[in-house]
Ligand binder design. Structure first.
Ligand code: ADP
Length: 499
């Protein structure tokens, strides 16, 4: 592994933290309790900034602001074209401030600056242009009902949306949630993850500069069991969208049902198969499988975390996968050419090292890595296990770190059965040159996304979401709009009614 010295002596980011309060009704404010919490630099564990800690009382105030902006306007009452223009102006503004936003994202999360700047900001901007484009193209139907009636459907915004996002892609998750909700005319209270509150505050400030009216988008930083739970159970919140762990997904679904039965979309965990077929070009398959697992320090809900390799190419694959991991460039995420930065926090770091221990104790073969990287911060060596069996903990649980597990298989029926034998169903990768094999696998895998000879393609127009315990509903694309719309049927007699 390269650049061990750079992690011992971290680079000073060129950005400052200008916004660390809650953003409610267009104003930056302290929390009611006056409490703050530290957000940490994953490269060192040192404090970047103290951030206002919202709890149930702040959620209440934020929901009132969102309620007012919805019930009294202006947001849902504006023309759709006006809303669209504000969203497009916002996209331009984020693009203009790309370097500042990207630096803040990297500092708070640990992902490489190159990834923040060249992948995530463009994705964010594209998402807002995509949904800004939708705002004035949402409309209902006229329906041919029996009898003499004129029937139409109105597609109306649902109301106040509560949105809870995780720390692995703070900006991208903001875009997936906020984009469709605003395009449909809803107002929002967004709770960011306690590990990564900073970038959302900066972009939300830019959104107001782009002309977003006060109260339309409120940002509350804080912890899950306090701020998050208050949002999920709030009686005045009309819809809840959550991305996070399956465990917490169950909690928020219960809170939503116990309070006001608000509809809930959930984007949860995964243990996605990446299937390398016997005809695959091994070098390309190794590279794609490596990307599928190690991208974003392995902190992806859809990570290709069960690498199934056909026995004919297995040994060659394992050797090359081991070498690829051993050559992965780990280091300070602000340096150019770095492939992997630190994990987001101490909790994740410890959890990953614990799973590596389970792998070794469970009898899997450690091919590469297996320990922390350097002596500072939350860096983990790119780790590869072979001889992994389906019932090992490392093959069943979501590790959420840079740990590749390689499983051998003999034929396609077997790999379909094993790939589907998971409580999750988020995504799958298929690597083959045979169209029939690709089609067979595509139709057999019970997952929300299948990437054939590619992985992690997150186009704004393409839906994303899970089967089974990976969640409910779809985000992105046209599919996400229905999460944020009510359908009202309006029936008018065509002739004078009997009365
Ligand atoms: P992770 O384990 O990856 O941090 P979580 O599901 O715990 O995933 O976190 C995702 C988001 O859910 C975060 O914003 C977190 O604060 C929030 N959260 C955690 N616990 C709760 C809860 N009990 N109620 C509502 N939100 C929660």
């Amino acid at each position: 592994y390269s650049t061990a010295s750079a992690v011992e002596d971290p680079i000073t980011p060129s950005v400052k933290v200008n916004y660390n309060q809650l953003l409610i009704n267009g104003q930056f404010v302290d929390s009611v309790s006056g409490k703050t919490f530290p957000t940490l630099d994953p490269r060192t564990g040192e404090v970047i900034a103290e951030v206002a800690e919202g709890d149930a009382r702040d959620i209440d105030i934020a929901v009132s602001a969102a309620r007012k902006a919805f019930d009294e306007g202006p947001w849902p009452k504006m023309t759709a074209y006006e809303r669209s223009k504000i969203m497009l102006r916002f996209a331009d503004l984020v693009e203009k401030h790309a370097e500042e936003v990207a630096a803040l994202e990297t500092w708070d999360n640990g992902k490489t600056y190159e990834q923040s700047l060249k992948i995530e900001i463009p994705m964010f901007v594209r998402l807002f242009r995509y949904y800004g484009g939708w705002a004035d193209k949402i409309h209902g139907l006229t329906v041919p009902a029996d009898g003499s009636y004129h029937v139409q459907t109105l597609h109306e915004p649902i109301g106040v949306a509560g949105q809870i996002i995780p720390w692995n892609f703070p900006l991208v998750m903001f875009a997936w949630k906020v984009g469709p909700a605003l395009a449909c005319g809803n107002t929002i209270v967004l709770k960011t993850a306690e590990q990564t509150p900073l970038s959302a505050l900066l972009v939300a400030k830019l959104f107001h500069e782009a002309g977003l009216p006060e109260g339309v988008l409120n940002i509350v930083s804080g912890y899950g069991p306090t701020a998050g739970a208050a949002l999920a159970s709030h009686m005045e919140v009309d819809k809840l969208a959550f991305t996070g762990s399956t465990e917490t997904g169950k909690v928020v679904l219960e809170l939503a049902s116990k309070s006001n039965l608000k509809p809930v979309t959930l984007e949860l965990g995964g243990k996605s198969p990446f299937i390398v077929c016997e005809d695959a070009d091994v070098d390309k398959a190794v590279e794609m499988a490596h990307f599928a697992l190690f991208f974003n320090q392995g902190q992806c809900c859809c990570a290709g975390s069960r690498t199934f390799v056909h026995e004919k190419v297995h040994d060659e694959f394992v050797e090359k996968a081991r070498n690829r991991a051993a050559n992965r460039v780990v280091g300070d995420p602000f340096l150019g050419g770095i492939e992997q930065g630190p994990q987001v926090d101490a909790e994740q770091f410890k959890k990953i090292l614990k799973y590596i221990k389970y792998g070794i104790e469970g009898g899997a073969t450690l091919e590469a890595g297996g320990d922390r990287f350097g002596s500072k911060g939350y860096y983990v060596q790119p780790t590869v296990f072979s001889n992994v069996k389906d019932d090992m903990k490392i093959a069943e649980d979501e590790i959420f770190g840079p740990v590749q597990t390689i499983l051998k298989y003999k034929d396609i029926d077997e790999v379909i059965r094993r790939a589907n034998a998971s409580r999750y169903g988020l995504a799958a990768g298929v690597f083959t040159q045979n169209i029939n094999t690709a089609n067979r696998l595509t139709r057999s895998l019970r997952v929300g996304s299948v990437w054939i000879n590619c992985f992690d393609v997150f186009d704004a127009a393409v839906p994303f979401g899970g089967y089974k315990m990976s969640g409910h509903g779809r985000e992105k694309g046209i599919y996400s709009l229905s999460n944020y719309l009510q359908v009202k049927a309006v029936v008018t007699p065509l002739e004078n009614p009997a009365w």
